[in-house]
Design a protein around this ligand. Sequence first.
Ligand SMILES: [Zn+2]
Length: 171
Amino acid sequence: MSVPPPDGDSSPLSSERAGNLSAIEAMDLALVEAQAALAHDDVPVGAVVLHQGEVIAARHNERELNNDPIAHAEVLALQDAAAHLGQWRLDECTMYVTLEPCAMCAGAAVNARLGRIVFGADDPKAGAVISQYQLLVGDRLNHRVEVSSGIGAELSAEMLRSFFRKRRRPS
Ligand SMILES: [Zn+2]
């Protein structure tokens, strides 16, 4: 359910403070974003980026909304965060995202030199952090992103299950 950070720190995330917000509070904001994607029939995934404890980006999946294949919550949030800070390098930022990032988003995190990712639910089919690929761990890439997971996983997974149930059986 979780990947230990590379430094071997095993302190429980639930008690960790993400600056002004706890990790749970930050993931709650990401879950609120995920919920907002439902308004335009997008897969409910949300992401927020924190810098020094301040939320500097909060986005959700807009692929359907904008017919944009790369408009995943993580990509949009990284772009907003970079615009906010006036720099593409996000090594002092943490992204909270409700679902394990795909290969594109994990790649975007590496290219942003993102400091840390905390994701909620695993994505066994497309996850590129622990499930299908492990793009953020190991030494193959020149930047390593710290990874934690599991916070808000149940809520996130239930939102996704409900979305795909309804999509299979339109009422
Ligand atoms: Zn993605």
